[in-house]
Design a binder for this molecule. Structure first.
Ligand code: NAD
Length: 353
């Protein structure tokens, strides 16, 4: 199978590219290389004859059409997106253009290519989305997102992803494009851009900087290790039922405060502070994110029952691996800290200067 992966230089996309190549698939990585991209994430596969890179923007329909014609993929895995909720609050424009208009463009380019090829049944358009499209849950543990949960996005980011999900379903219902969709929970792991919670906590802690917690830290998320997610995505593109969506979660619900304390405890164990104090002393409560969803939790039973997928690690195991990776890979994250917006408080609703 030849897979066109969009956003393959990002955090999750690069894990998908590496895994797909290790399985013997041919991969075309299409990425605009925005502030969040890092081609070094692909260093282990860059020289593989199975890998190729197309520097292109999903806002450019002509470029997409030309890439489809030249590469003739069997499947598309569409991950390219603006992905940071805080940035969507400060400046939603790029989220609308990339996540909605860009998805429209790639759907149209895929539809043309698929139609011109005689509408092969085996073609797949796999759209990768988020559980944030479903809104916010109550504290009741029985309350979880399933595939039929009504959409109720509450941030510019989640609204843009919800829009793109609706477009993908419409292209299936209206034009018959063979699509599959996935909605996953919060990912973490190696190579995550250091503006998301877990790398921010690790890097602030080891730099002896305050560790920011939004509000009182009670917001609950389900944490999914990125390599488990990549495995789930490949199973969906290989064996998912056309027109269907699959929720992917880590079975690891934790409050933000619990996650931060768990990271601090692991660091106390493997990299104690020079002053002998616990890292948790660095925790600092800051103003909450506007519209901060209280709780997300995933019912992933469809992926488990139909595809035999389940997460392979607990959050404690995944965090140890992730922290070890950041401690060993300063040459990866140090240059990232120079990128636009890093180290600043984003998402307060005031556009960054
Ligand atoms: P990321 O921000 O790390 O990477 C996004 C990639 O997309 C980057 O390489 C970037 O250069 C590329 N990109 C952005 N705009 C583009 C454009 N206009 N044209 C072409 N390429 C463009 O994101 P991620 O965390 O790896 O997320 C990947 C996907 O998974 C996204 O669609 C996101 O919505 C979804 N998702 C992420 C999470 C998470 O926890 N990270 C959770 C649920 C869903």
């Amino acid at each position: 199978m030849k897979i066109l992966v969009t956003g393959g230089a990002g955090f999750i996309g690069s894990a998908v590219v590496r895994l797909a190549i290790s399985r013997g698939y041919e991969v075309v990585n299409l990425d605009a290389l925005t502030y969040a991209a890092c081609l070094e994430n692909l260093a282990t596969v860059a020289d593989s004859p199975l890998y190729s890179f197309e520097h292109a923007d999903i806002r450019d329909r002509e470029a997409l059409t030309e890439i489809f014609t030249r590469h003739r993929p069997d499947a598309v895995m569409h991950l390219a997106a603006e992905s940071h909720v805080d940035r969507s609050i400060d400046g939603p424009d790029d989220f609308i253009q990339t996540n909605i208009v860009g998805t429209f463009n790639i759907l149209e380019a895929a539809r043309k290519y698929w139609s011109d090829a005689g509408k092969p049944d085996k073609f797949r358009f796999h759209h990768i989305s988020t559980d944030e499209v479903f809104g916010s849950l109550s504290a009741d543990p029985a309350d979880r997102f399933h595939e039929e949960t009504p959409y109720s996005p509450r941030s510019p980011y989640s609204a843009s992803k919800a829009s793109s999900d609706h477009l993908v379903r419409a292209w299936h219902e209206t034009y018959g494009l063979p699509v599959v969709l996935t909605n996953c929970s919060n990912n973490y792991g190696p190579n995550q851009f250091p503006e998301k919670l877990i790398p921010v906590v690790i890097l602030n802690a080891v730099s002896e900087c305050p560790i920011p917690i939004y509000g009182n830290g009670s917001n609950v998320r389900d944490w999914l290790f990125v390599l488990d997610h990549a495995e789930a995505l490949l199973r969906v593109v290989e064996a998912g039922r056309v027109g269907r969506s699959y929720n992917i979660g880590g079975d690891n619900e934790r409050s933000n405060l619990d996650i931060v304390q768990a990271i601090c405890a692991i660091l106390d164990d493997i990299r104690p502070r020079a002053n002998g104090k616990p890292y948790a002393d660095l925790i600092t409560y800051v103003a909450d994110r506007p519209g901060h969803d209280a709780r997300y939790a995933i019912d992933a039973s469809r992926a488990r029952d139909e595809l035999g997928w389940r997460p392979s690690v607990t959050v404690e195991e995944g965090l140890r691996t992730t922290i070890g990776w950041y401690l060993d890979n300063e040459s990866w994250w140090r240059p990232m800290l120079e990128r636009q917006g890093l180290g600043k408080r984003l998402g307060t609703g005031r556009r960054a200067a």
